[in-house]
Design a binder for this molecule. Structure first.
Ligand code: MN
Length: 241
């Protein structure tokens, strides 16, 4: 009997680096016998892979040219960079040569975070938006921010105000058991360790410049119309489980 783990099944359909996040939410494959069988198999490292988009267009909020370049070129570059960093570290260990360790660790943090955030970005959006905050998500938003309007206002303000290139992030902070809004500069800076990102908005210029030019605020305001609450709700449920 061929025992295909959920990880292998996900990898075989090209989700690659997304598989851990999806497996954690239990939405990638059927729950049941197959899950029980795979618990014996240790989870090994895997090569990062560019996840396919689940939609063809996010017009008119994000133009098709930007979507294609952003996914096929920019995100693909971070996947390649993360795999190269992993390989460089493997070679350094094999050779016992750590002279370039700072470069390798920086590359892993930058490209690995770039891959993680872009993977979340594509699944933070849906054409014309999708769903609403779940009852649990809504309660957490109200506990943490006062109201959904206040959360979205802080998220938009923080995202618009990111210095240079970076991200707006809505995250679950498990020690304080609250939702927080963070800014990320580049991909890896200004994080709050332990947080689980739930919804991210890319404000590197490559995310909006073809359509919005220097009008980042206009892009961020339009972006709120295409939030995929179904995905955000699923990540929240997994984070607090
Ligand atoms: Mn980007």
């Amino acid at each position: 009997m061929v025992r295909l783990s959920r990880r292998d099944a996900l990898r075989s359909i090209g989700l690659g680096g997304m598989s851990l996040a999806i497996a954690a939410t239990g939405c990638g494959t059927d729950e049941g016998e197959s899950e029980m069988e795979e618990t014996e198999t240790p989870a090994g490292p895997q090569t990062y892979a560019l996840p396919p988009l689940a939609y063809k267009s996010l017009e008119p909020v994000i133009d098709d040219a930007t979507l294609a370049l952003h996914h096929d070129k920019h995100h693909a570059g971070y996947v390649k960079g993360a795999n190269a960093a992993v390989e460089a570290l493997q070679q350094a260990r094999a050779a016992g040569d750590y002279q370039l360790i700072k470069n390798h660790e920086r590359a892993l943090a930058f490209h690995g975070s770039g891959h993680a955030l872009h993977t979340l970005y594509w699944t933070s959006m849906w054409p014309a938006g999708r769903g609403q905050p779940s009852a649990e998500m809504k309660a957490a938003v109200e506990d943490s921010f006062g109201s959904a309007e206040k959360m979205l206002a802080q998220f938009a303000a923080a995202t618009k105000a990111v210095e240079a290139s970076g991200w707006g992030v809505l995250a679950w902070e498990p020690l304080g058991k609250r939702l927080v809004v963070l800014q990320a500069e580049r991909h890896q800076d200004l994080t709050l360790w332990g947080c689980v990102p739930l919804m991210v908005c890319d404000v590197w210029e490559h995310a909006y410049y073809l359509k919005y030019q220097n009008r980042r605020a206009e892009y961020v305001d339009a972006w709120a119309k295409i939030i995929d609450w179904d995905s955000v709700n699923r990540r929240f449920a997994a984070a607090v489980a």
